[in-house]
Design a protein around this ligand. Structure first.
Ligand code: ADP
Length: 476
């Protein structure tokens, strides 16, 4: 049998349920006891009322022959076990039943009841009495009559009530607690099933999913949420595996070239030209490795959230102008013209200068890389409705429309050979998009094969401060 875990939800639910039940039982028991005591007191007073009426009737019937004769007659009543006492016009005790005398009930005149019936508690503390008092008239004489009943007359009923409560309540509570334990066990059963199924999922094979009960309750939602989480985990793990495989693959090619170039150079005596050529090959491939590792590092840092950017207002036109100047020589070497369309006034946006320039560099470098000699690359900056828009367009090879969705994926290249020959790794645009996102910017692409591509960055502009305005104007 399974051991009961005291910290389990089931035990805790049963515990709190039982506590609530005990509290309700105590409140209900107390309230019932109070209601019963009140109604018993009421019943006692009611019976006294009827007896007082009876005593009054008896006196009316037997007072015709004077008070002395009445005293004698009242003894008869005493024989019937009635508890009563009668006081004369001057408050003197005319008659007291034996029962009252035995319990030493005071023979002092009772308080004046006025025209009403007066109910009060009296008698010795070891035998408290409930008394009803009334004034009556016999001829011109005012008599005070009293009937009594032991206050504890109905104590037996209360005792019985208590004994039922004391015996029945724990039994009912025990049954209810066991029932609660059983019910919570049934209600939480599916949770155990979810736990078992989740435990059975092998980290090496994340395709398994939890069964979803069609109960429409929280457990269905829990299973669905866990399944969604598993979808994300599976996607991330697959992405990570693909990324690791791609990275290893990309690194293997230059490493193999370095290895064979070195092997070639060392196999036998080589002329200085041959050695130089081998070393140049090694240098080229080593640079490719270093570039790739740097790009991988950038992405890894950004994935880990470690790439700290200092976003400060910068004049985007000025940054673009600097980048165009930097890239113009490289474009000219390839016989490509670079043109720019910049606004006359500074356009400000919050950017981290180094990262932002890196993004521009990637876009301009690609535009030049994938455009044939004689082509044209242009960069245009516009400012519209609180947005700065930077568009890098070329007249290059373009990208097939059906492949545009993969352009920003890591290691994706439309043409592996062309990209590799141009020194590409397939990580440039992935990095550019990460940079754009960390600037709250959107990077999109439009392209047409044979006609060229346009990469557009849309980012929120910043209101320039007078201080910055002056400094940027000076920079221009
Ligand atoms: P790479 O290092 O290969 O250039 P990128 O991530 O920068 O990697 O680009 C991914 C791929 O997208 C490139 O291999 C190329 O096929 C395509 N591409 C990127 N920019 C352009 C462009 N301006 N014109 C045509 N194709 C492009």
């Amino acid at each position: 049998m399974n051991r009961v875990n005291p910290r389990s939800l089931r035990v805790r639910l049963t515990f709190w349920y039982s506590c609530a039940l005990i509290l309700v039982a105590l409140v209900l028991g107390g309230a019932s006891r109070w209601a019963l005591a009140v109604s018993l007191d009421h019943a006692l007073d009611q019976s006294l009322r009827y007896r007082l009426i009876g005593l009054r009737g008896f006196i009316d019937e037997n007072s015709g022959d004077g008070l002395d004769r009445l005293k004698f007659k009242l003894r008869e009543l005493d024989h019937l076990g009635e508890l009563f006492q009668v006081f004369g016009p001057h408050g003197e005790l005319m008659a007291q039943s034996d029962g009252l005398a035995r319990h030493r009930v005071s023979t002092d005149p009772p308080p004046d009841p006025g025209a009403r019936m007066l109910f009060r508690s009296a008698g010795p503390h070891w035998f408290p009495m409930r008394m009803a008092t009334q004034r009556i008239y016999v001829g011109d004489e005012a008599l005070t009559i009293e009937v009594a009943d032991p206050q504890r007359k109905y104590e037996g009923v209360l005792r019985e009530f208590y004994s039922v409560l004391y015996v029945a309540l724990p039994i009912v509570l025990l049954i209810a607690a066991l029932g609660g334990y059983w019910l919570s066990g049934r209600a939480l059963g599916p949770v155990d099933q979810i736990i078992d199924e989740a435990r059975a999922i092998d980290p090496a094979n994340l395709t398994a999913r939890l069964s979803v009960p069609a109960s429409g309750d929280e457990l269905q939602r829990l299973s669905e949420t866990l399944n969604q989480m598993l979808d994300h985990v599976e996607q991330s793990v697959q992405q990570m595996r693909r990324f690791t495989a791609d990275a290893s693959h990309e690194l293997r090619a230059p490493m193999t070239l370095i290895y064979t170039a070195a092997q070639f150079a060392l196999r036998r005596e080589r002329s200085p030209e041959e050695l130089k050529e081998s070393l140049q090959k090694i240098l080229r491939e080593a640079k490719r490795c270093t570039d790739l590792i740097n790009q991988l590092l950038t992405l890894a840092r950004s994935d880990a959230g470690n790439s700290k950017l200092e976003l400060v207002p910068n004049d985007i036109s000025a940054l673009v102008r600097d980048m165009v100047a930097e890239m113009s020589l490289m474009a000219a070497n390839k016989d490509i013209t670079v043109g720019s369309g910049l606004p006359d006034v500074p356009v400000f946006a919050d950017v981290d200068e180094a990262s932002f320039c890196r993004m521009l560099l990637i876009l301009l470098d690609n535009a030049i890389k994938y455009t044939a000699p004689g082509g044209r690359v242009s960069i245009r900056v516009t400012h519209n409705a609180g947005q700065v828009i930077i568009a890098v367009a070329d007249t290059g090879v373009g990208i097939p429309v059906d492949q545009l969705t993969f352009v920003f994926d890591r290691f994706w290249r439309a043409d592996k050979v062309r990209s590799r020959d141009a020194g590409g790794t397939g990580l440039g645009l992935a990095i550019a998009r990460e940079i754009a996102e960390s600037h709250h910017a959107e990077l999109t692409v439009e392209s047409s094969v044979g006609h060229g591509s346009t990469f557009t960055v849309r980012m929120p502009s910043t209101k320039q401060s007078p201080l910055l305005e002056t400094s940027s104007e000076r920079a221009i």
